[in-house]
Design a protein around this ligand. Structure first.
Ligand code: ZN
Length: 192
């Protein structure tokens, strides 16, 4: 198993709209893509930084894990995602070292990539996502932008995010429990 790079750093925010001016106008980053994570009840925006990305995560439903995360801890660092070249080898190594995972089985993300989350208790307080590299390119959102490589203007971006939020609300409630509810249960530094 080899870690290739940091794929993304995910930051939980109450509002992507409210957070964006800092990241775009102050830091000079650009949003290249937006997306929804249906099971998590969140909308996300990706801002590339070199070969990696910052991912802003905003809950749409009050009962999403990220909404609970924000209520418990406030906005901030949510997880780090590392790209691995060989997920089978990674899983094997985690098993050998008896590393606690959030879910027993990897779940399937965009493009058929397998994803696992390592529990923060096994990773010194950091939620670590391992993301499988697929043949023919890295997994960053750059390659699958809904803006087709253009940089959306502020108004276009706001309209797009609104559309994503409304579509998600229209589809109904997020899964409140089960394997996809884990994000809300994470409270750094709070041990049972
Ligand atoms: Zn992630």
């Amino acid at each position: 198993m080899r870690i290739n790079r940091i794929d993304h750093l995910a930051l939980a925010v109450d509002s992507i709209d409210a957070a964006l001016p800092f990241f775009t106008e102050v830091l000079g980053l650009q949003v290249t893509n937006t997306d929804v994570e249906e099971g998590q009840g969140v909308v996300v925006a990706f801002l590339p930084v070199g070969d990696s990305e910052i991912e802003l995560i905003e809950p749409v439903h009050d009962d999403s894990g990220v909404a609970r995360f924000l209520r418990g801890r406030g906005p901030g660092m949510h997880h780090i995602c590392l790209e691995v070249d060989d997920m089978d080898a990674a899983l094997e190594r985690l098993k050998t070292h008896e590393v606690r995972l959030i879910d027993d089985q990897p779940y399937i993300g965009t493009g058929g990539r397998r994803i696992v989350f390592i529990h923060p208790k096994a990773a010194h307080g950091v939620l670590v996502e391992l993301y499988e590299k697929l043949p023919g390119g890295n997994g960053s959102a750059n390659g699958r932008s809904r803006f087709a490589g253009r940089l959306p203007g502020r108004d276009e971006l706001r309209a797009n995010l609104d559309e994503l939020r409304q579509a998600m609300v229209a589809r109904g409630r997020v899964m409140a429990a089960g394997t996809r509810g884990f994000w809300g249960g994470l409270r750094r530094g709070r041990n049972p």
